[in-house]
Design a protein around this ligand. Structure first.
Ligand SMILES: [Mn+2]
Length: 399
C-alpha cells in the first residue's frame, strides 16, 4: 500500500490578512488531494495543524470536508494528529479535526491518533504496518510525551521478530536536532523502534537518519512567513509517499499557484535591480495570480527609507500582490546598538521600583523567573494573595 504524508496545511490562514493568500492554501490543498488520489494512496497522514486555528473560518471547514469526502469516495483512509494550532486553548471546546468524523459518510474513514488512541495497525501482504502518533505536547508536557512514546514502543514491540513490521511515528513537535532552541524532545528520547518518524510543526524541509530510523520533515505545504520565505525559497509543495511493501519512499512535488520572488541588493544598485524586477514581475503572473515579493535591501548609499519605499512602489505597482521589505540602514543599526547599550546600563530593579511601588519585590521576582513558568506561577499567586489582602483591608473601613 502507498501512504501519503502531508505536513502543516494551515487551512484558514490568510498571510498578511489577504484573502488571496487564504484561497491559495485552499486551492493548493485541493490540488494535493487530487494528486494523492492519482498516486493511488491507501492512507493519507496529516502531521498536525491541518487548520490554522481551533475556530477556523467556515470556508476552511468546507474545503476540508470536500477533500475528505473525496478521499472516502476513493477508499482512502485519513489519519490525523492535532497540532498546536488545531488544539483549542479552552478544553471544553471541540478540536476542528473532529468535525469530519461527525459526517456519517466518512466517519469510518478518519482516524485521529492521540494519547487515547496511539496506534493504527493493519496487515497487508504479511507486513504489519503500525502507524503511531500523538497530539502536540507543549514543552511543559515533555514528560507525558516521553511516556506516551514509551507506551507506543512497548505495545508495538510485542510482535515476534519472525513477522515483518513497518513502524511509523507521526509527530507535531520541535525536535532539538533540527531546531536547537526547542525545549520539547530530542531523537535520543524517542524509542528506537520506528522505521520512519514524520514530523510537522517546524515548517521546514529536513531529513536525517538516526540508527535504523529515517526522520523526515516534509515542511508546510505553503509559505507562511518571512522566515519561511528566506529559509525555503521554493515554489513547490511536497508530499512524501511511502510504499509499505518495499519500505521505500519518494517525494512528490506540486507547484504552488503563486510565484514568490526574493531579491537581496544594495541601495546603490536600486534602479538597476528594480528595473530587472519589474521585467520579472510581468512574467511571474500565473493564472492571473500576482507574485509575492520579498526584498532585502542594504542602504549602502544612504538614500533613506522613504525614497527606497517610493522607488519600490513605483516599480511594483499593480504587478504584485504584496511586497515585503526589509531595509537595513546604518542609521537604524546605530539606533539599535544604542538602545542595546543603554538597556544594559539600566538597573532593572530601579525601573521596577519606579513602575510598581507597591509590588516591586514581587514583580522583580517575576522578572527573574520569566523563563521558568512554574516559578513564575508561584510568584503570581503570591502577588494575587497580597493584592487580595490589601484590597479587602482597603474596602473594610468603607463598609
Ligand atoms: Mn504549523
Amino acid at each position: 500500500m502507498k501512504l501519503a504524508i502531508i505536513g502543516d496545511v494551515h487551512l484558514g490562514k490568510a498571510q498578511k490578512g489577504l484573502s488571496e493568500r487564504e484561497d491559495d492554501i485552499y486551492e493548493l490543498f485541493s490540488k494535493i488531494s487530487e494528486q494523492v488520489i492519482e498516486e493511488k494512496a491507501g492512507i493519507v497522514c496529516f502531521l498536525g495543524d491541518l487548520f490554522d486555528s481551533s475556530h477556523p473560518p467556515v470556508k476552511a471547514i468546507s474545503v476540508a470536508m470536500n477533500v475528505f469526502e473525496n478521499f472516502a469516495k476513493n477508499n482512502i483512509k485519513v489519519i490525523l494528529i492535532a497540532g498546536n494550532h488545531d488544539i483549542p486553548s479552552i478544553k471544553t471546546r471541540m478540536c476542528p479535526i473532529e468535525l469530519p468524523k461527525m459526517n456519517e459518510n466518512m466517519n469510518n474513514n478518519i482516524i485521529e491518533l492521540s494519547v487515547q488512541n496511539q496506534v493504527f495497525k493493519f496487515n497487508e501482504n504479511n507486513i504489519n504496518v503500525h502507524i503511531c502518533g500523538v497530539e502536540y505536547h507543549p514543552p511543559e508536557k515533555r514528560q507525558s510525551l516521553i511516556k506516551a512514546l514509551e507506551n507506543i514502543s512497548s505495545s508495538i514491540s510485542l510482535k515476534s521478530d519472525s513477522e515483518k513490521n513497518l513502524n511509523i511515528l507521526l509527530l507535531h513537535q520541535g525536535l532539538k536536532e533540527f531546531s536547537p532552541a526547542e525545549e520539547e524532545i530530542s531523537l535520543t528520547e524517542i524509542p528506537n523502534v520506528f522505521d520512519f518518524i514524520f514530523v510537522g510543526h517546524l515548517h521546514l524541509r529536513m531529513e536525517k537518519s538516526h540508527g535504523r530510523t529515517h526522520i523526515i520533515l516534509p515542511g508546510s505545504i505553503e509559505i507562511g512567513s518571512v522566515s519561511e520565505v528566506v529559509k525555503q525559497m521554493h515554489n513547490k509543495a511536497r508530499v512524501i509517499i511511502v510504499n509499505t511493501e518495499t519500505g521505500m519512499y519518494e517525494k512528490v512535488e506540486i507547484l504552488l499557484s503563486r510565484k514568490f520572488i526574493h531579491k537581496k541588493f544594495q541601495s546603490s544598485a536600486i534602479d538597476y535591480e528594480l528595473k530587472n524586477l519589474a521585467g520579472e514581475l510581468e512574467k511571474s503572473v500565473v493564472d492571473r495570480k500576482l507574485p509575492w515579493v520579498y526584498l532585502e535591501i542594504e542602504d549602502d548609499a544612504k538614500i533613506g527609507n522613504s525614497l527606497i519605499n517610493e522607488k519600490i512602489a513605483r516599480a511594483t505597482e499593480g504587478k504584485v500582490l504584496f511586497v515585503q521589505k526589509e531595509i537595513n540602514s546604518e542609521e537604524i543599526n546605530e539606533r539599535e546598538k544604542n538602545t542595546e547599550i543603554s538597556f544594559k546600563d539600566v538597573n532593572i530593579r530601579d525601573i521596577i521600583r519606579g513602575y510598581f511601588p507597591k509590588y516591586n519585590e514581587e514583580v522583580y521576582e517575576l522578572y527573574e523567573k520569566r523563563k521558568d513558568i512554574s516559578g513564575a506561577k508561584e510568584v503570581m499567586e503570591k502577588i494575587y494573595e497580597k493584592f487580595k489582602n490589601n484590597y479587602v483591608r482597603q474596602k473594610l473601613p468603607e463598609m
